[in-house]
Design a protein around this ligand. Structure first.
Ligand code: ZN
Length: 161
């Protein structure tokens, strides 16, 4: 499964001002002929934007400072490992696993739900602006529990290698 949703641009699409750490960015996303089109605006260009354009799906994001590697823990957090697993799973057809991983990462605030429809949820990874469309999978509690256990086992295994 590979859905092409563009990642956040490095600069405003209108004035080309670079998105600096701690700045606010406004993003719109809409579907045209089956493709996702994304535009990212700086605060001032957003204010001058036409109303119609603002009506497409949009959200306001905060650009975060890049984490300082020296300060970063050597051990990857459980959330980071889960995110890596999510990205790997995204390349496969294992939709139930992908669905449950996305729920976990959203609860942990690693992924932000930007739009939800019956068919899918659009998630953004807050740090890079990467987008992921995760199809909805009807699962009962027992199935979710079983998948969560399998994922926990996967993550524990990664820890040992
Ligand atoms: Zn601008």
């Amino acid at each position: 499964m590979k859905l092409d949703i563009p990642t956040r641009r490095r600069s405003c699409i209108t004035c080309e001002a670079a998105f600096l750490p701690q700045s606010i960015c406004f993003s719109t996303l809409y579907k045209e002929k089956g493709n996702y089109l994304r535009k990212d605006f700086c605060n001032s260009c957003w204010e001058q934007l036409q109303k119609e354009e603002k009506n497409s799906i949009f959200w306001k994001g905060m650009i975060l400072a890049k984490p300082d590697d020296a300060l970063k823990e050597i051990k990857k957090s459980r959330e980071e490992k889960a995110l890596e697993l999510f990205k790997r799973t995204f390349q496969t057809e294992d939709l139930p696993k992908l669905f449950v991983l996305a729920l976990y990462l959203a609860r942990r605030r690693m992924l932000i739900s930007r739009q939800e429809t019956k068919e899918e949820t659009l998630y953004e990874f807050w740090e890079t602006g990467e987008m992921f469309a995760v199809p909805s999978v009807p699962l009962n509690h027992l199935q979710i529990d079983a998948l969560q256990q399998a994922i926990a086992a996967d993550l524990a295994h990664e820890h040992n290698t």
